[in-house]
Design a protein around this ligand. Structure first.
Ligand SMILES: *[C@@H]1O[C@H](CO)[C@@H](O)[C@H](O)[C@H]1NC(C)=O
Ligand SMILES: *[C@@H]1O[C@H](CO)[C@@H](O)[C@H](O)[C@H]1NC(C)=O
Ligand SMILES: *[C@@H]1O[C@H](CO)[C@@H](O)[C@H](O)[C@H]1NC(C)=O
Ligand SMILES: *[C@@H]1O[C@H](CO)[C@@H](O)[C@H](O)[C@H]1NC(C)=O
Ligand SMILES: *[C@@H]1O[C@H](CO)[C@@H](O)[C@H](O)[C@H]1NC(C)=O
Ligand SMILES: *[C@@H]1O[C@H](CO)[C@@H](O)[C@H](O)[C@H]1NC(C)=O
Length: 492
């Protein structure tokens, strides 16, 4: 599997390595699957891509280099005098499925809005530089991305006579944070924002993610995370004994005999297996059928069903059965697992490289802005064996970024945006209780003008997907509530 563990956030707009999505928001934040390429091509026909000229470096007036950024337009709902909705792309290719379906279009229809979606620099087809070398990636940051949005907003408003219209920003996951920060940093350009599942607080270590995974599994069945914990620690023990490697190779369907040469190999293997659970929890019951969604029919219920199935053997054997089930689901014949090959993929600097779908770029952003490392450094979580040092070492291995640089960068991100103390107005921050990212989101109304919308029982970005009859009532209510806020704010 290519770059399977990049710890993405994505709101399912694209399937990157192992799982993710995104609204153009790519990366999402869990594994990246492989098939986003086909998806991307399939949908391009429907909403034609357009190109916008941007500066490479918005913060250096002497640098004249330019590049072309991809965007999409849907004018179907626009009524003269209506607002302009801008969907913000994130850590993966912008997925035109969002130009066709999604709750923002329902709002657009009711409010007569023009809909635009701008792909994030360095993802999808928006290539500001000739390659993905560390030197080129210096131009990849949320600040440059916000400046892209501001310039796109300004020029498009002039060109289309929309300067006096009210602009509303939308985004889910990392682009949710961008939606909030766009309003925060450019209040004269953005009237309001819907910042879904937005991790607005940067942090190097993020063990809380796996604590939410524990609680989400436990809400299905109290025994489930306990069994996962047993299995994961058994696997960790067996990785210390080369005599067990033939069995592990067979149990987890590896392409060739397991080799553990370094701590990084063991951590990578354990993290990949834990990733099966992390991805399913993050996108549980995701809006399947919508091409923008990441979920599969593998849900928390299904995984906990396998973990509770005594006919499969001990918890370790059930854990291996989960891994094989996931491979079947994604039609993966066998797994090639080694940190060495992951390192090779992540340091390939070509736009055609195995991690160029977003993995190399997103992990760079985590090393230079956000951290967000989903480590096992908490006793209250189900997995074993991928501590913070394993994640931090990747910053050095992939980009020559040291632990000190990482810590400074994360502190500066919070200084710049405010973290949990964000102060602004007309930003709504919806989030789902079983989404592990909610731990870095805003959980309570900050002010009446900065409301949180908490959706009990839903996963990452649920409120952005098109409504379905089987949606939880609180999810339907949340969508309605966001609409009422928009209606009110657009009158201000
Ligand atoms: C959008 O929704 C329609 C109707 O539900 C569906 O037929 C279509 O496949 C969806 N399109 C995408 C891109 O998901
Ligand atoms: C490998 O698996 C077989 C069958 O389950 C078991 O009998 C054997 O003891 C295992 N070998 C090791 C080294 O654990
Ligand atoms: C998921 O769907 C596939 C194909 O529709 C089916 O073969 C499989 O049995 C389903 N798995 C579960 C766990 O429902
Ligand atoms: C596994 O890796 C080897 C060498 O790294 C490669 O030749 C092979 O194609 C890979 N297999 C799969 C299924 O990815
Ligand atoms: C890595 O960074 C250090 C300190 O910033 C620098 O001295 C060194 O040359 C860099 N190594 C590479 C391979 O770029
Ligand atoms: C979402 O909001 C609710 C209540 O407003 C809070 O309890 C929950 O922790 C929040 N989560 C996020 C991600 O903001």
């Amino acid at each position: 599997m290519a770059s399977q563990r990049s710890g993405l956030l994505l709101c399912n707009l694209t399937l990157l390595v192992l799982f993710s999505v995104s609204v153009g928001a790519g990366g999402g934040f869990r594994g990246f699957r492989r098939f986003h390429q086909e998806q991307d091509t399939k949908q391009r026909a429907v909403f034609e891509q357009q190109w916008f000229t941007q500066k490479l470096d918005h913060f250096n007036g002497a640098d004249r280099r330019e590049w072309k950024q991809r965007y999409f337009v849907n004018e179907a709902f626009y009524k003269p005098g209506g607002p302009v909705f801008l969907m913000i792309g994130g850590e993966g290719p912008a997925n035109p499925a969002w130009m066709q379906n999604g709750s923002w279009l329902t709002y657009a229809q009711k409010l007569g809005a023009l809909c635009l979606m701008l792909e994030h620099r360095f993802y999808g087809e928006s290539h500001p530089t000739a390659d993905l070398s560390t030197d080129s990636l210096r131009f990849l940051s949320s600040r440059q991305a916000l400046a892209d949005l501001a310039h796109f907003r300004t020029v498009t408003a002039e060109a289309r006579g929309l300067a006096n219209r009210k602009w509303v920003a939308f985004g889910g996951s990392y682009p949710g944070s961008l939606a909030a920060w766009f309003r925060l940093k450019y209040p004269h350009l953005v009237h309001a924002s819907v910042a879904t599942s937005a991790p607005v607080h940067a942090t190097v270590n993020f063990p809380e993610y796996l604590e939410v995974v524990w609680r989400s599994l436990a809400s299905e069945n109290a025994e489930c995370p306990v069994l996962v914990q047993k299995a994961s620690s058994t696997l960790m023990e067996r990785l210390k004994d080369p005599k067990t490697y033939d069995n592990i190779t067979k149990d987890f369907n590896l392409c060739s005999k397991l080799q553990i040469q370094t701590e990084m190999d063991a951590a990578y293997f354990l993290e990949t297996m834990a990733g099966n659970f992390m991805d399913v929890v993050q996108y549980n019951e995701d809006n399947r059928g919508f091409e923008g969604a990441t979920g599969t029919n593998i849900t928390i219920k299904v995984l906990c069903g396998v973990m509770g199935d005594t006919s499969l053997g001990d918890p370790y054997a059930r854990y291996a059965a989960v891994a094989r089930l996931m491979m079947d689901t994604f039609s993966i014949k066998c797994l090639n697992i080694s940190y060495e090959s992951y390192l090779g993929e992540m340091t390939d600097t070509s736009w055609n490289g195995p991690a160029a779908g977003g993995g190399r770029q997103w992990v760079y952003q985590t090393c230079t802005e956000f951290g967000f490392y989903q480590s096992t450094d908490s006793p209250n979580q189900p997995f074993t064996g991928f501590p913070l040092v394993y994640h931090v070492k990747q910053c050095a291995d992939f980009y020559n970024v040291s632990a000190e640089q990482l810590a400074d960068a994360v502190a500066q991100t919070n200084e710049y945006y405010g973290g949990y103390n964000i102060r602004s107005t007309r930003i709504v921050l919806p989030n789902g209780s079983i989404d592990p990212w909610h731990a870095l989101g805003i959980t309570q109304d900050i002010t009446p003008d900065l409301p949180a919308v908490f959706i009990k029982g839903t996963a990452h970005c649920a409120n952005m997907y098109p409504a379905r009859s089987e949606d939880l009532p609180q999810l339907a209510l949340a969508r309605d509530h966001i609409f009422l806020l928009l209606q009110r704010w657009l009158k201000q």
